[in-house]
Design a binder for this molecule. Structure first.
Ligand SMILES: [Zn+2]
Length: 275
């Protein structure tokens, strides 16, 4: 009977861990039982048996720190509720992915290059829609690479080059020479890219109008910054302007990947013809 209760406690413990890995959960559960008889005499660490007490303390301290960092149960707690190998692997993977996903989100908020990237949907261990919506055809992969650069602020335009190479790079658009060549100019304003833009922008506009209606389109997307956001990462507009409809959002992602690639190709062709 006691064994059965223990087994149930352990099951509860791991289901809580999977759903919400917090140290609070473990400390609560730790109080359910205390095994005072457990004595560690030999520690197996990195394929070696450690018997020296000082070395043992060092290994245990390091291990405790790692467990604490990922909000996993402490060594004492694990001695009380020893998980199965499969459960432990699942728990560790979940704890590590959650930790790094949260870390990435908090760090990305400080990076100006990532302002247009929707970080809420990014989870470590999951494929981003920019790759998920691309087929394995080489041409599609190339388009996704260009789109990923635009998404992460690493697509090099004159304004970006000038920012990192002050004095020797002209930030003005080499194609139209009218204004600074930043992402907004490249995606929505440059008159030299207008022909390509008009052709490949039409299906994007139509898809969004079909979903939210012409009035909402006019209200929101006359603003060039919002329009750029739609092209770069439509998921950042979910809730405020767009519905949380995965099929629709993936369609917008696919169309915008095509639009970005055509603008990129046209820009390269025109730059090459200048030299
Ligand atoms: Zn231009």
């Amino acid at each position: 009977m006691i064994r059965k209760e223990r087994a149930m406690e352990r099951e509860n413990f791991y289901s809580q861990l999977e759903q919400k890995p917090s140290s609070k959960t473990f400390f609560q559960l730790k109080n359910l039982g205390n095994n005072k008889n457990s004595v560690t005499q030999v520690i197996r660490h990195e394929e070696k048996d450690i018997t020296c007490p000082d070395e043992q303390r060092e290994v245990l301290a390091k291990t405790e720190n790692v467990l604490l960092q990922y909000s996993l149960p402490s060594i004492d707690e694990l001695l009380i509720f020893l998980p199965t190998k499969i459960k432990w692997k699942q728990s560790v993977r979940h704890a590590i992915n959650t930790f790094w996903s949260n870390k990435f989100r908090s760090l990305s908020r400080e990076k100006s290059t990532l302002t247009r990237l929707c970080t809420d949907i990014i989870n470590i261990g999951e494929i981003h829609p920019v790759w998920k919506t691309a087929t394995e055809i080489p041409g599609d992969t190339k388009k996704a690479i260009t789109k990923a650069r635009i998404l992460t602020g690493t697509y090099l335009l004159q304004a970006t080059k000038a920012k990192f190479n002050i004095g020797s790079t002209d930030p003005i658009c080499p194609l139209c020479k009218l204004e600074e060549e930043n992402l907004l100019h490249f995606l929505t304003r440059c008159p030299s890219l207008e022909g390509v833009r008009r052709t490949f922008y039409a299906p994007l506009k139509q898809a969004v109008i079909n979903k939210i209606g012409i009035d909402q389109w006019k209200t929101n997307f006359q603003n060039r910054e919002t329009l750029s956001q739609l092209i770069v990462d439509c998921r950042k507009l979910v809730g405020s302007i767009l519905p949380n409809d995965n099929i629709f959002l993936n369609m917008v992602e696919t169309i915008s990947r095509n639009l970005c690639d055509k603008l990129h190709q046209q820009r390269l062709t025109q730059i090459n013809s200048l030299s």
